[in-house]
Design a protein around this ligand. Structure first.
Ligand code: NDP
Length: 328
């Protein structure tokens, strides 16, 4: 059936400015790392993407290797663009990345100009798009001069393949260097994409300050720690959940101590009148430097729940210390 987006889609979403740039991102964005590959149900992914757009989520995050199979999330998203979203391209921010292993041989991963430019062209072809809005270096490459990797991002922007450049999972020192190189080239680094959740707080150790100094945006991935920060695992590992699939969330992460933390956090969320998943999203957005919380979803209801987190973003000092105590 022909897709007609909800008319009120921009009424309730918050849009935060990305660093000092002209562009704004929704406070909640949708990532297509899992559940959009060729092993997944296309219609389920399509329903998730449509619902996200209806709720004001204008940003869809991809990478060359998302699937499985690698590349298939971009192919499926390209189909969705054709079927549902082609008329709304100018209302969307679509990103892709290159950095992890994508094809065999010496040019299929890391940070060379050869790999980044070829991978970007492959991503555009899979998605059927003339350009993406943001193209990222997915990881820092210790063996390639940073000037080469950033030079490739600058070229990708100047050649019209992307509108903005981004970096993902770079540490503070690498970020400062990358930002300086890109600034000197005349293509400012728009945004950093690091992991961040109550269970993974590395960005509090300098990166947030660096991004503030560099006036870069910050979109944090896996705010639910891949689903751990929800009530899902409190009664064991449900069939079909990410921890049951032996992919990126090893079941042995869910130790008795971790489950105890989740139980305590669940209680705190309940006392705030929120689900734990909602509190997890809200908690990542409490930093002014965090532009957007980048969630994943295997069901339409996950997107709805995450967006409803925006109804209760504020934390009292007592709630924040209760969370710290639960994480001890
Ligand atoms: P989350 O931490 O939001 O985890 C999402 C998963 O949690 C869902 O797929 C679902 O898993 C479960 N979940 C979500 N909502 C609920 C809920 N309300 N109740 C119960 N379970 C829920 O994010 P992801 O780890 O999926 O990452 C999000 C995005 O971040 C990716 O798609 C990608 O775009 C980006 N990313 C970037 C990386 C990088 O290196 N730059 C690395 C990793 C991710 P289930 O299948 O169990 O239902």
């Amino acid at each position: 059936m022909q897709y007609t987006p909800a008319e009120n889609r921009y009424q309730n979403m918050r849009y935060n400015r990305v660093g000092a740039s002209g562009v704004r991102l929704p406070a909640v964005s949708l990532g297509l790392w899992h559940n959009f590959g060729d092993v997944d149900d296309f219609e389920n992914g399509r329903a998730i993407a449509r619902r996200a757009f209806d709720l004001g989520i204008t940003h869809f995050d991809l990478a060359n290797n998302y699937g499985p199979s690698p590349g298939s999330a971009e192919t499926n998203f390209g189909r969705m663009m054709k079927l549902d979203f082609h008329a709304f391209r100018d209302e969307m921010i679509i990103s892709s990345k290159a950095g992890y292993l994508m094809w065999p041989g010496p040019y299929g991963e890391w940070g060379s100009r050869k790999y980044l430019v070829a991978s970007c062209d492959q991503s555009l072809k899979r998605m059927g798009l003339p350009y993406v809005d943001i193209f990222y270096s997915h990881r820092f490459d210790p063996d390639t001069p940073l000037e080469e990797t950033m030079g490739a991002l600058d070229y990708i922007v100047r050649s019209g393949r992307a509108l903005y450049a981004g970096i993902s999972s770079y540490d503070p020192e690498q970020t400062t260097r990358a930002a300086r190189i890109l600034r000197d080239l005349g293509t400012p680094c728009l945004i950093h994409q690091p992991s961040y959740s109550m269970f993974n707080r590395w960005i509090e150790d300098g990166l947030i300050e660096t991004l503030d100094e560099e006036k870069m945006g910050c979109i944090v991935f896996s705010p639910l720690a891949q689903g751990q920060l929800s009530s899902k695992y409190l009664k064991g590992i449900p069939e079909g959940s990410r921890a049951s699939k032996h992919t990126s969330l090893p079941a042995d992460v869910l130790t008795p101590a971790r489950l105890e933390q989740i139980r305590k956090l669940n209680e705190i969320a309940r006392s705030r009148g929120q689900s734990l998943a909602q509190m997890a999203v809200a908690w990542t957005l409490r930093h002014k430097a965090v532009t957007s919380s980048l969630i994943g979803a295997s069901k339409v209801a996950h997107v709805e729940e995450a967006v409803a987190a925006l109804d209760r973003l504020a934390f009292s000092a007592t709630e924040l210390s209760a969370i710290e105590a639960a994480l001890k």
